[in-house]
Write a protein that binds this ligand. Structure first.
Ligand SMILES: Cc1cc2nc3c(=O)[nH]c(=O)nc-3n(C[C@H](O)[C@H](O)[C@H](O)COP(=O)(O)OP(=O)(O)OC[C@H]3O[C@@H](n4cnc5c(N)ncnc54)[C@H](O)[C@@H]3O)c2cc1C
Length: 419
């Protein structure tokens, strides 16, 4: 005998946990709410107030803030651990950070209090899982093993008790065992780069600014943290990354200062270094009968634009909007015609981002020759064109394109406790 749910979400990372919390909290017209379970073997706890910041942080857009709020998680994300950034400065190593050939986004220019937030991914995940549990979602610590699709339901085998659902959602990350089990093909390729993540103290204050310098060997970002230090994400060609990871902390800091053109003065490593080999991935289809993929299970992009989790949260909000609408109309939420609406809506947006991000990586981070020179100058052109700048800024804020309803208020809501 297996437990029966309307929706089973495989993977309770930030994206899967968000789907479950949004589904359980969504207003609906039916008498019976949707029953939801998550399979997640590694549930993190909310960090205590005095715990040191976790090394894995991400830039969350303003649209993501709205989605996390609708999911009931934003109020659990303690302001003391969140860093709102008000500026972004992007430049190429052949130019200077403060020159007219650098791109500068200022929240005030967009009439916004900030451009987004740097937050620990683990904190967001823990807050979302707590919100989901509080809203009645069953959190099951077993692993997904396999699935079998029947006309009315899908049967899910786990490392513990079996489950059945009308819809199974694959939010189980880039390797996605569910994607493989559902027979959904994905194209995967190496970038030939490794992202090195660490925390550094800097001589000068970070100025609530997200800094990014394109180098001929990759990309270097400094993200401002709530405790005054900065999180660096240094995406470097494999050979250079190997040398940087083997270097002493002092030698590493020296190389970092040179790669960052001493923009914030001398740096000092205050954490270990983590490394992530970078891959791009896109699933050819996001849906099949009674199964949908979201987040990294559907698409993985280079971290240079800080978009991965933001795209995933938009997938989550979109899928939930369509499932709840179907449920309200008495439709089967696992029916392929419902899931295809989700695929049509989200796939064009994520494909666009993927192509754009890869072009930045190819031309700005590694490009040589005339086309790369034009791209490098392009940063300055965008900076001097109000219209182009507005377009790029709305992308950074996450408020462009066709948004699900819960993300749409991003531009107008000024009531966040973090401002
Ligand atoms: C260096 C680096 C920097 C980044 N910076 C940013 C940034 O600034 N902004 C941004 O938006 N994105 C960023 N990203 C991307 C972001 O981290 C990912 O897009 C995001 O974590 C994806 O979330 P997810 O929930 O889809 O998948 P994951 O976070 O991978 O979660 C998948 C979950 O599935 C669970 N799971 C796996 N297998 C099973 C199974 N068999 N059964 C049950 N559960 C299972 C796992 O335990 C896990 O909890 C960065 C990525 C890297 C590598």
């Amino acid at each position: 005998m297996s437990d029966a749910f309307d929706v089973v979400v495989v993977g309770g990372g930030p994206v899967g946990a968000c789907i479950a919390a949004l589904l359980a909290r969504a207003p609906h017209r039916q008498e019976r709410p949707l029953s939801v379970a998550i399979l997640e073997p590694h549930r993190p706890a909310l960090p205590s107030a005095d715990a040191p910041l976790d090394l894995r942080v991400a830039a969350f857009s303003r649209a993501s803030e709205r989605i996390l709020d609708a999911a009931g998680a934003w109020r659990e994300i303690a302001p003391a651990r969140v860093s709102a950034y008000e500026h972004m400065r992007i430049w190429h190593e052949n130019r200077r950070a403060g020159s007219r050939e650098a791109l500068h986004f200022d929240a005030a220019e967009a009439g916004e209090p900030n451009l987004g937030y740097i937050i620990e991914t683990r904190l967001v995940q823990a807050a979302l899982l707590d919100a989901a549990a509080a809203a009645g979602v069953r959190i099951d610590a077993n692993e997904f093993v396999s699935l079998q699709t029947a006309p009315e339901r899908v049967h899910i085998a786990t490392s513990g008790a079996a489950l059945t659902a009308r819809l199974v959602v694959g939010a189980d990350g880039a390797r996605s065992p569910l994607r493989a089990a559902a027979g959904l093909a994905a194209t995967v390729a190496d970038y030939g780069e490794v992202a090195i993540v660490a925390m550094v103290a800097t001589e000068r204050a970070h100025e609530c600014t997200a800094w990014q310098r394109f180098l001929h060997t990759g990309t270097l970002a400094f993200l401002p943290l709530a405790d005054g230090t900065s999180s660096i994400v240094w995406s470097a060609d494999e050979k250079l990354a190997k040398t940087l990871l083997a270097a002493s902390p002092e030698q590493f800091a020296h190389e970092l200062d040179s790669a960052f053109d001493d923009t914030l003065g001398a740096t000092r490593l205050v954490s270990q270094r983590l490394s992530f080999p970078l891959q791009r991935l896109h699933a050819e289809r996001y849906v099949t009968e009674r199964c949908a993929l979201v987040g990294d299970a559907a698409h993985v992009v280079h971290p240079l634009a800080g978009q991965g989790v933001n795209l995933g949260l938009l997938d989550a909000a979109t899928l939930v909007e369509l499932i709840v609408a179907a449920h309200d109309e008495g439709e089967d939420p696992g029916a392929l015609r419902v899931l295809r609406r989700y695929e049509r809506w989200r796939k064009s947006e994520t494909e666009f981002m993927r192509v754009a991000i890869d072009a930045f990586d190819r031309l700005l981070a590694h490009g040589t020759g005339a086309v790369a020179q034009i791209a490098q100058r392009g940063l300055g052109w965008v900076n001097s064109s109000a219209e182009l700048k507005r377009w790029f800024m709305s992308r950074a804020l996450g408020i462009s394109g066709e948004l699900p309803a819960v993300a749409r208020a991003a531009q107008s809501d000024r009531s966040s406790p973090h401002r």
